[in-house]
Design a protein around this ligand. Sequence first.
Ligand code: G6P
Length: 489
Amino acid sequence: LEVARTRLGGARLIIVANREPYIHRYREGEIDWIRPAGGLTTALDPVMQACGGVWVAHGSGEADREVCDEAGRVGVPPDDPRYTLRRVWLSREQEEGYYYGFANSCLWPLCHEVFCRPLFDPQHWQTYRQVNELFAAAVLEEAQDGPALIFVQDYHFALLPRLLKEARPDLAIAHFWHIPWPNVDKFLVCPWAREILDGLLGNDLLGFHTQHDCNNFLECVDRTLECRWNRETFSITRGGHETQVRPFPISVDTDLPRRYLGSTWESRAARLRKKFRLGQRPLLVGVDRLDYTKGIPERLLALDRLLGKHPQLRGTFHFLQVGAPSRTHLPAYRDLTEEVQELADRINWEHGTPSWQPVVLLQEHLGPEEITLLYRMAAGCVVSSLHDGMNLVAKEFVATREDERGVLVLSRFTGAARELTDAVLVNPFDVEELAQGLYQALTMPVEEQERRMRRLRTQVLEHNIYRWAGQLLSALGKMAPEPLPVAEA
Ligand code: G6P
């Protein structure tokens, strides 16, 4: 990260992400704050704390407004400010069309190949464009005093890089796309494919999790736009401007678990076992936002199959699923919540006894301390995404297991599976294979657990979030255009 910081030179680092890293809220007449669920903010907050700068994001409520100055700025983390959060305020209609609409009803299902039909609504598209323009204005204001490196996050801002480049060609702009990029035939059904691709080519550097995603993107561009694709350097030149397209597999802060666990984790674990009547039984855990890409019903069906096939396992373990409510205004998410609840109830009814329930479902948002505690307590962690850009739960679990125990059951259709090859890799669409994966997690000999976990840990510890940010920002720093005098910008 030192390298990246040096590469920043005198330039200001500005991150743009839809989601803010801290949400202020009213609690018993006072204002406190929470951290939102989801890998993106967890991964980038430590980077911003280390580098300083500005994080531009959608501000989410009255309490958020109250703590900010007139421009929407507040120092964060709230208890020890190290960088600036600049909030952009959106109307209900804008949030509806841009966030729930185009981003999460069109781009999210379009990019994740999980058979949820994307919604192509011209009104949503219109609002998405409008909100990208709104964020461009905020970023340009934050960057007005001189050179800046702009680091845009995710599918909420496909049009932002082009808008910024046109206004300030001197800005160095990188974009990281945190979700998969689909294959060309899937992507080109989008009526606004050209505009999205052109918007992204406003970047100097465009990052995806895997080379596979990069190749998919490059093929989409090649089929759609007038441009030159250099297949050796993985760069695209369009209208005289070059965009490099490269994989940067994201990771986690591997020091955090130790801090979150602290010296009291064992007594906290004992309290949690008592609260949920877990006894001393082994735990399998799943930690997800309640999202249809995460394969939660598939995981429960595999558990059902496991208990049907191996009745001797009844009463011997629990499956604890944390499902953080997410995007609940959208019908697909509400339907999923209902489906997961019904499945958990049915499985508990069919396999449970008065003193033992196989599934413990926590439909709430847990903080990082509690989640880390669950990882540490678990015999196994189950990640069964149907399609996932990376999946940081898998890496967080590995980072937590200093004891070199515990089994990771991991879907082959995650970016993480390409790196974490010592996990028990499964196809979540195959109920038998997933059930067998759960069985392995419950029965794997300690020596094999250790052998696998040691190798998993070497991979994750060597490729942590600082290395990710360092490599990305150094690559951007190297290709940054010479800063123009501000007066000409
Ligand atoms: C995924 C996306 C992030 C998003 C997170 C949580 O990880 O890539 O951009 O922030 O999900 O979703 P939400 O819609 O609550 O921000």
